[in-house]
Design a protein around this ligand. Structure first.
Ligand code: FES
Length: 171
């Protein structure tokens, strides 16, 4: 191969041009992909690197979800946010945990534990916020109810649109 048009050569073509065997190419291809074509049958077909069992995906959310100037809206018609239509459901987006409490009200709190900064989660069974790292618990108003955390979680104002289709969360 004497000349290569910029951007026209695929990876396999390039490797073949180097004289690599089919088995070498296959091994290289497997390393260079997500491994879905080469993984064993017991690979997790839907791996999720986020250990939180109930995270929001961020889809249908616009605005600032991290930092000190939290101000975002949640599209309640988006299928990724349907957890917020059920009492006891919650999502996490950016630095914020938004929950529909077991009583049906909306709350939003920092997801960052005030002890050592690990993510907290909402617990519908006890209607509180829990940090699994060292066991701190917080009320839905953010107050510490069990240490080692000693400082309350920051809370945010949640406003529901008249038609119920949008939540606005603000610092
Ligand atoms: S980081 Fe949350 S209790 Fe320690």
């Amino acid at each position: 191969m004497n000349s290569i048009e910029k951007g026209s050569m695929k990876r396999g073509d390039f490797l073949r041009s180097l004289g690599l065997s089919t088995s070498t190419l296959m091994a290289y291809w497997c390393l260079g992909t997500t491994m879905t074509a080469c993984g064993s049958s017991d690979d997790d077909p839907n791996p999720d690197p986020d250990p939180d069992p109930n995270p929001g995906t961020g889809t249908g959310i616009s605005g600032t979800t991290t930092g000190t100037a939290i101000n975002f809206t949640v599209d309640m018609t988006n299928s990724n946010n349907t957890k917020l239509k059920t009492n006891g459901g919650f999502i996490i987006t950016g630095d914020v945990l938004v929950a529909k409490t077991t009583a049906g009200s909306y709350v939003a709190l920092s997801k960052i534990c005030t002890h050592e900064g690990n993510p907290v989660t909402y617990r519908p069974t006890s209607n509180d916020v829990f940090c699994q790292t060292h066991g701190s618990t917080f009320s839905i108003a953010g107050a510490v109810t069990n240490g080692p955390a000693a400082v309350a979680l920051k809370t945010y104002t949640v406003t529901v649109s008249t038609d119920g289709n949008t939540l606005t969360v603000k610092a």
